[in-house]
Design a protein around this ligand. Structure first.
Ligand SMILES: Cc1cc2nc3c(=O)[nH]c(=O)nc-3n(C[C@H](O)[C@H](O)[C@H](O)COP(=O)(O)O)c2cc1C
Length: 179
């Protein structure tokens, strides 16, 4: 049985949900999983884990700075253990080039080159945003030519099946003999 840690950064909560879902998938395969909200738990990577999946979301073209801080501080451990990055953005839904660009920027900023990278769609949570954020996100969405402009509802683009397969591939990699 493996024990996996899933530290995450999330501003509006979608990446938190994805991290919890990854933990559920891991537990369903008979392993242990703990999530850690990096906004609250700080920079420490607790010991005793066999693998780490770092999840972060993109705002204004960048992943959370506190996730980058965590990665920089724990890069040695992340390189020693099987580890993965999960990147959550709206660009992941239809603008792959930008979504990959955010990951490249994060890798450059932190010096960490994760062996596994999962890029998943986030959510447009109009009903959770304050007035200004709602107008901003509606404008960005309209400028992109997307029809998802009804601010009385939310739009979730996360491909849950893709998250499940990514997690299962990561687990399969843990079981495979090294080298
Ligand atoms: C203020 C704001 C700025 C955003 N900027 C970007 C962006 O630059 N690129 C992008 O692909 N998605 C952007 N998004 C979309 C978020 O990545 C998406 O909503 C994601 O689900 C947020 O994850 P979280 O809820 O875990 O914070 C932005 C969202 C908000 C609210």
């Amino acid at each position: 049985m493996a024990k996996i840690y899933i530290p995450y950064g999330s501003v509006e909560g979608q990446t938190a949900q994805i991290a919890e879902y990854i933990a559920e998938v891991i537990r369903a395969h008979g392993h242990e999983a703990d999530t850690g909200d990096l906004k609250r738990s700080g920079d420490t990577l607790p010991g005793g884990y066999d693998g780490v999946i770092v999840a972060a979301s993109v705002h204004m073209g960048k992943h959370e700075g506190f996730v980058a801080d965590f990665v920089r501080k724990n890069r040695g451990e992340l390189e020693r253990l099987p580890s993965a990055l999960v990147s959550v953005s709206l660009a992941a839904h239809g603008d792959e080039e930008s979504a990959e660009g955010y990951v490249a920027k994060f890798e450059e900023e932190t010096g960490w080159r994760p062996a596994h990278v999962g890029i998943f769609g986030g959510a447009l949570l109009y009903t959770h945003y304050n007035f200004i954020k709602r107008q901003l996100m509606k404008k960005i969405t309209r400028d992109k030519g997307s029809p998802d402009l009804d601010t009385s509802r939310d739009y979730v683009y996360t491909e849950w099946d893709g998250v499940k397969h990514f997690t299962e591939d990561f687990l399969a990699g843990l079981a495979a003999p090294a080298g």
